[in-house]
Design a protein around this ligand. Structure first.
Ligand SMILES: [Ca+2]
Ligand SMILES: [Ca+2]
Ligand SMILES: [Ca+2]
Length: 309
C-alpha cells in the first residue's frame, strides 16, 4: 500500500503540529538544563573517572529494596538524611556477574563541590549485610569512612566486622565495628584493594561514586553509589550470589565519626528505625520474602484455574 506520507497529517495537521512543537520544547528544555555530575570517592579521590571502573547500572536496572524504599530517617544534616519515595526509592540495588551495586539517596540539594570534605566531611556511612545462614545479625559492613585527611590508602571504602555477636534482639545503640583486617590505620588483607598485600588505587574491588542530577542550578537528587566486586567478596567474605535471595541490608551513618565510633556515641542516623530499637528493625531483604512470592504464585494459579473452568 502506497499511502501518501502526509495523508494522515493532513487530516489533523494543526493539532499534530502543535503537539510536536510542545514535545520538542519539553525535550529541548530537559536536554538544555539537566545534567549529571559524578564525583569518585574511591578508590581514587577525584572527579576524574577512575581507571577500570565497572559499568554502572542504568536507571532502568536499579531495583528498590522493598522495606527501605520509602523509609525515613531524621538528621538535621541534609547530607546525613536518607530520602525515599515510591517513585524515587531511598535504597536500590543491582547485581550482575561481576559486581553487586547499591544506590542510596540523600536529602542533600546543594551541589557537591569537588573537594574531599564537602559536604561529607568527617562522616562515615555504613551499608550492613546480614547473611541469612549465619546467626550473626550483621555479618559485614561496607563502610565509607570519609576522613578529612583524605587518606584513601588508609580509609575510604573499608570492610568491617562487628566487635561482638549480635542478634535480632540486640539494640542498635550497642553496635560497633572493627576492621576486617584488624588494623584501623592501614589497609591490609582482606580490605578493599589490598588483597595483594598493600593498597592500590587502581584496584577493582570496590567503588564509591556520588551522583547528582542537576536541573538548572537546582540539585534534584544526590545519590551515593557503591559497587563491590563478586571476585573480591569471594576472596574476603563468605558472601556469594546464592545469598542474594535471602540477604538483608540496613543503612546507617554517623555525622563526625569513623567506622569504629560506637553507635551510642555518635550522631547516628539509621534508616527506618532508631538507636533504641532492635536490629530486626531497619533490616530489609533485597528480594521480597519467599512467602509473599508463594502467595503471589498461588493467587496466579487460582486466577488461571478460574479462567479455565
Ligand atoms: Ca547472619
Ligand atoms: Ca577507618
Ligand atoms: Ca584496615
Amino acid at each position: 500500500m502506497n499511502r501518501h506520507p502526509g495523508s494522515l497529517a493532513c487530516q489533523n495537521q494543526r493539532p499534530i503540529v502543535a503537539l510536536a512543537a510542545l514535545l520538542m520544547s519539553v525535550t529541548l528544555a530537559g536536554t538544555a538544563n539537566a545534567s549529571v555530575s559524578n564525583y569518585y570517592y574511591f578508590p581514587t579521590n577525584s572527579s576524574t573517572t577512575p581507571t577500570n571502573q565497572p559499568a554502572w547500572p542504568t536507571d532502568a536496572q536499579w531495583t528498590a529494596v522493598p522495606g527501605l524504599q520509602t523509609a525515613t530517617a531524621t538528621s538535621s544534616n541534609p547530607e546525613n538524611d536518607y530520602k525515599g519515595s515510591v517513585s524515587s526509592p531511598a535504597v536500590q540495588w543491582y547485581s550482575n556477574a561481576t559486581y553487586l551495586y547499591f544506590r542510596t539517596q540523600l536529602r542533600y540539594t546543594a551541589q557537591i563541590i569537588p573537594a574531599y570534605n564537602t559536604p561529607f566531611g568527617n562522616d562515615v556511612f555504613f551499608l550492613m549485610v546480614d547473611k541469612a545462614s549465619t546467626t550473626q545479625k550483621i555479618d559485614y559492613s561496607f563502610s565509607w569512612d570519609v576522613q578529612n585527611e583524605q587518606s584513601i590508602s588508609r580509609h575510604g571504602l573499608e570492610l568491617n566486622r562487628p566487635i561482638a555477636d549480635y542478634s535480632n534482639t540486640t539494640v542498635w545503640s550497642a553496635v560497633q565495628f572493627d576492621d576486617a583486617d584488624l588494623n584501623n590505620g592501614q589497609k591490609l588483607i582482606p580490605d578493599f584493594d589490598s588483597l595483594s598485600g598493600s593498597f592500590v588505587s587502581t584496584g577493582t574491588d570496590g567503588y564509591i561514586r556520588a551522583t547528582q542530577f542537576v536541573t538548572g542550578s537546582t540539585v534534584d537528587n544526590t545519590y551515593i553509589d557503591l559497587a563491590v566486586s563478586w571476585g573480591y567478596l569471594a576472596a574476603a567474605t563468605s558472601l556469594t550470589t546464592a545469598d542474594l535471595s535471602t540477604m538483608q541490608i540496613a543503612l546507617a551513618n554517623i555525622h563526625s565519626g569513623n567506622d569504629h565510633t560506637a553507635f551510642k556515641e555518635g550522631a547516628i542516623t539509621i534508616l527506618g528505625t532508631t538507636p533504641g530499637s532492635t536490629l530486626d528493625t531497619g533490616f530489609s531483604p533485597l528480594i521480597p520474602e519467599p512467602t509473599a512470592l508463594v502467595l503471589l504464585g498461588l493467587a496466579g494459579s487460582l486466577v488461571f484455574t478460574r479462567r479455565r473452568s
